[in-house]
Design a protein around this ligand. Structure first.
Ligand code: AMP
Length: 175
């Protein structure tokens, strides 16, 4: 079954994890089989003719969607994680978050120059996280086909931060 209004499955949680942040809670969407299926079909569908070889997803909610998109595209899955979580030799990129600053890491052998990559995350806010992930992907000389997110907080201009060279797909937008 196809769900037409995905926004109905996003719960706004004010002042989480900090005062002033309205947290977009995706758990109502995840627990609804039809809504979850619609999200994966739409995210993956955009890239079905793009020859994607690897889906790169960002810890931790990005993993939920990224692995399902990878399976749908017949692509591999590559995790990007917070510092100290990955066991092997890795590369790091520092970035600014909507609530604080952080760094992301990826394994040294995660991608090949010939890879065609889609980056998946749950929310695009200021774009700092997606920019850090795309910088890491490009360091491998892999081709970044696009960034796919479930939710875009349009008013935070993350799309502009990523630059015109990176196509961004979002399924649910808040202006
Ligand atoms: P940003 O780097 O500002 O684009 O923030 C994106 C990252 O932070 C994503 O990995 C999201 O999971 C998380 N995030 C930022 N803002 C929110 C929000 N309002 N609700 C839920 N997650 C958020």
């Amino acid at each position: 079954m196809h769900v037409t209004d995905l926004k109905l499955f996003i719960r706004d949680v004010p002042d989480f994890p900090k005062p002033g942040i309205i947290f977009k809670d995706i758990t109502p969407l995840l627990r609804n089989a039809a809504a979850f299926d619609t999200v994966i079909q739409q995210l993956a569908g955009r890239y079905s003719d793009e020859g994607v070889t690897q889906v790169v997803a960002i810890e931790s909610r990005g993993f939920i969607f990224g692995s399902a998109v990878a399976r749908s595209l017949g692509a591999g899955f590559v995790p990007i994680r917070k510092p100290g979580k990955l066991p092997w030799t890795k590369r790091r990129n520092e970035y600014i978050l909507e609530y604080g600053s952080d760094a992301l890491e990826i394994h040294d052998d995660a991608l090949d120059p010939g890879d065609r990559v889609v980056i998946i995350d749950d929310v695009l806010a200021t774009g700092g996280t997606a920019l850090a992930a795309s910088t890491l992907v490009r360091e491998f000389s892999a081709t970044l086909v696009g960034v796919g997110v479930v939710i875009e907080l349009v008013f935070l201009n993350g799309r502009e931060k990523l630059g015109g060279a990176t196509p961004v797909q979002s399924l649910i937008r808040y202006d």
